[in-house]
Design a protein around this ligand. Structure first.
Ligand SMILES: Nc1ncnc2c1ncn2[C@@H]1O[C@H](COP(=O)(O)OP(=O)(O)OP(=O)(O)O)[C@@H](O)[C@H]1O
Ligand SMILES: [Mg+2]
Length: 216
């Protein structure tokens, strides 16, 4: 007899789905950079489909919700999300704007350009979280959008794991137009990600040097 999936099984499957979705999005964005093409909201919708198809939840995978759940913010107040009937229009609007701002994104050279990209990434990500288009996986989709914008500008991606409470606090502040905490978290994440990349390069170089010494 097949036993029903436990919460832990579902979490593992969703984690695997997220990994698959991120890898596939990464490949798409490399292509967009090469072709100087913009990001589209369809790529995020497709990433959502991959997560939940992998996690045996085809009923919600890449599909917009058809109800209006009552969701609470961290402080217990009601999170205002889009009415389900408005989701396709709001997502279409988001798509037009996203294409327009990401069509010629380049690796930032000045502090100002860098700040502009982080600003774009956090604002679009927060907007998607507020539309809350899916039954579940809205946080993951909005963070995938954030990383997709950073990647399109050739910046490293950010992972939010143990800082979840601080992230929810930052999202709540952003609801009131204050993006400073979200900004701080994302910049810190980019720097951490960059340091990790340097660590890997340093280790690879040391290994290579060791191998060369052995050959001589
Ligand atoms: N005050 C808020 N303003 C905007 N978005 C919020 C707020 N509070 C929570 N959210 C978003 O809702 C998400 C939770 O919704 P949902 O359960 O659909 O996403 P998830 O991907 O399953 O969750 P998680 O982010 O825990 O992985 C949060 O991660 C966050 O992105
Ligand atoms: Mg959830």
């Amino acid at each position: 007899m097949i036993r029903p999936l436990t919460k832990r099984d579902v979490d593992i499957l969703e984690e695997r789905g997220l990994w698959k979705a991120s890898s596939s999005l990464y490949v798409v964005i490399r292509r967009l950079i090469r072709g100087k093409r913009p990001l589209e909201i369809g790529y995020i919708k497709n990433a959502h489909r991959i997560i939940f198809e992998t996690a045996n939840q085809p009923g919600i995978a890449g599909k917009y919700r058809r109800d209006n759940p009552e969701l609470k913010r961290l402080d217990g107040s009601l999170l205002e999300i889009a009415h389900w009937r408005d989701i396709p229009n709001k997502m279409a609007e988001l798509d037009v704007e996203l294409r327009s701002v990401t069509k010629d994104l380049k690796l930032p050279k000045t502090e100002e350009e860098y700040a502009e990209i982080v600003d774009l990434a956090i604002r679009f990500s927060h907007r998607l979280a507020c539309i809350h288009p899916f039954e579940n996986g809205n946080g993951r989709s909005s963070r995938l959008l954030l990383n997709a914008i950073l990647l399109r500008a050739e910046l490293p991606v950010v992972a939010i794991k143990e800082e979840k409470p601080q992230y929810l606090q930052a999202m709540q502040q952003a609801d009131h137009g204050d993006f400073s905490l979200l900004w701080k978290m994302i910049v810190k994440g980019i720097i951490r990600s960059k340091e990790l990349q340097y660590d890997i390069i340093r280790r690879k170089r040391a290994e290579l040097a060791k191998r060369r010494r052995r050959i001589r």
